[in-house]
Design a protein around this ligand. Structure first.
Ligand code: PMP
Length: 286
C-alpha cells in the first residue's frame, strides 16, 4: 500500500513526492533528521526530538521552516492518514534547493526542504530481540567530528552496520582512541558492580533522546550512573551491556567481538530499564 508522505506543506502519495536533484540534502548531505517512535498511535518523546532538531538546525545555521506545533500537527496527520499503530516517523530538513551545485550555502531566504514519512512496525515494543539481546562487533570510529549534530551523513554508520552483518552480528560499536563512542545508531552502556556507565556528552557522540530519558529514570530509581568513556575490554568484562535509541528503546547487548557479556543473556538491570522506559514513555506519549 502506498504511504501518504509529507513534502513542503503537502500530503502526497509517496510516488508523487519529488525533490530536486540540486537539493543540498541530495548533493551535500546538507540536512538533519529525527526519528520519533509511535506506540499505540501516539508519539514518544516528541518534545525531546523537537528540541534536538532545533539544536541540529541551529548548529548548521539552517533556518527552521516550521513552528513546533506545525511539526506536531504534521506528525499526527501522518500517523492518522497511514493508520500507524506502532512504528516510526522519519523527518528530514535540508538546506533546500539552490538550483545548482556549489559549496557555499545558498541565500538565507532559500526555502528549506521538509520531508517526513511513516514506517509501520507492528509490535515495535515487543521485539523478540529484546529477549535474547544483540551481538555486536567493534570497528574504528571513522566518522566526522560533529557527531552531536544529527546529519544525514550516514555512510560510515551504514558501512559499519554492513560489517556487523557480514560477521553475523546485530550491530557495531564504534571505537576511538581505545574507547567506545557509541553504536552505529544508538548510545552504548555497560553495567559493572551496579553502576551504569555510558560515555559523557560531547561532540564525539549523538546526544540520544532515549539516553537522556533512560538516565533520568535510572537516577529516579536510585541506580548509580557514571558518565565516562569505557574500553572494549572493560565492556567485555562488564556484568551487562545495552544500547538505547528511539526505535530500539533499551536493547540488551550479550556479546561483544565474540565474547559473551553477562553469561550471554540479557541482564536484569537492562531488562528493568527497558520496562521502566516503555511504561513511562507510553504514559507521557502524545
Ligand atoms: N547515536 C547515534 C549515532 C544515532 O544515530 C542514534 C539514533 N538516531 C542514537 C545515538 C540514539 O539517539 P536517540 O535515542 O535520540 O534515537
Amino acid at each position: 500500500m502506498s504511504r501518504t508522505v509529507y513534502l513542503n506543506g503537502e500530503y502526497l502519495p509517496e510516488e508523487e513526492a519529488k525533490v530536486s536533484i540540486f537539493d543540498r540534502g541530495f548533493v551535500m548531505a546538507d540536512a538533519v533528521y529525527e526519528v520519533v517512535s509511535v506506540l499505540d498511535g501516539k508519539l514518544i518523546d516528541f518534545d525531546g526530538h523537537q528540541a534536538r532538531l532545533k539544536r541540529s538546525l541551529a548548529e548548521l545555521e539552517i533556518g527552521n521552516p516550521l513552528a513546533d506545533e506545525d511539526y506536531l500537527t504534521m506528525f499526527r496527520e501522518l500517523v492518522s492518514r497511514n493508520e500507524i499503530t506502532d512504528g516510526m516517523i522519519y523527518l528530514q530538513v535540508t538546506r533546500g534547493n539552490p538550483g545548482d551545485r556549489d559549496f557555499t550555502y545558498p541565500p538565507e531566504d532559500t526555502p528549506q526542504t521538509v520531508v517526513a514519512f511513516t514506517q509501520s512496525k507492528p509490535g515495535l515494543a515487543d521485539s523478540p530481540a529484546a529477549k535474547t539481546g544483540w551481538t555486536v562487533i567493534t570497528v574504528p570510529d571513522e566518522r566526522w567530528g560533529r557527531r552531536d549534530i544529527k546529519t544525514t551523513q550516514l555512510l560510515y554508520p551504514s558501512m559499519a552496520k554492513m560489517a556487523s552483518k557480514a560477521k553475523g552480528a546485530n550491530d557495531a560499536w564504534l571505537v576511538e582512541d581505545g574507547k567506545v563512542t557509541e553504536g552505529t545508531s544508538n548510545n552504548a552502556y555497560i553495567i559493572k558492580d551496579g553502576i551504569i556507565i555510558t560515555r559523557e556528552l560531547s561532540h564525539d557522540i549523538l546526544h540520544g533522546i532515549t539516553r537522556a530519558a533512560v538516565l533520568r529514570f535510572a537516577k529516579e530509581a536510585q541506580m548509580k550512573v557514571e558518565e565516562r568513556a569505557f574500553t572494549v575490554a572493560e565492556a567485555q568484562a562488564a556484568d551487562e551491556a545495552f544500547v538505547t535509541s528511539a526505535s530500539a528503546f533499551v536493547m540488551p547487548v550479550v556479546e561483544i567481538d565474540g565474547v559473551k557479556v553477562g553469561g550471554g543473556k540479557p541482564g536484569n538491570v537492562a531488562s528493568r530499564l527497558r520496562e521502566i522506559y516503555l511504561d513511562e514513555m507510553r504514559k507521557a506519549a502524545i
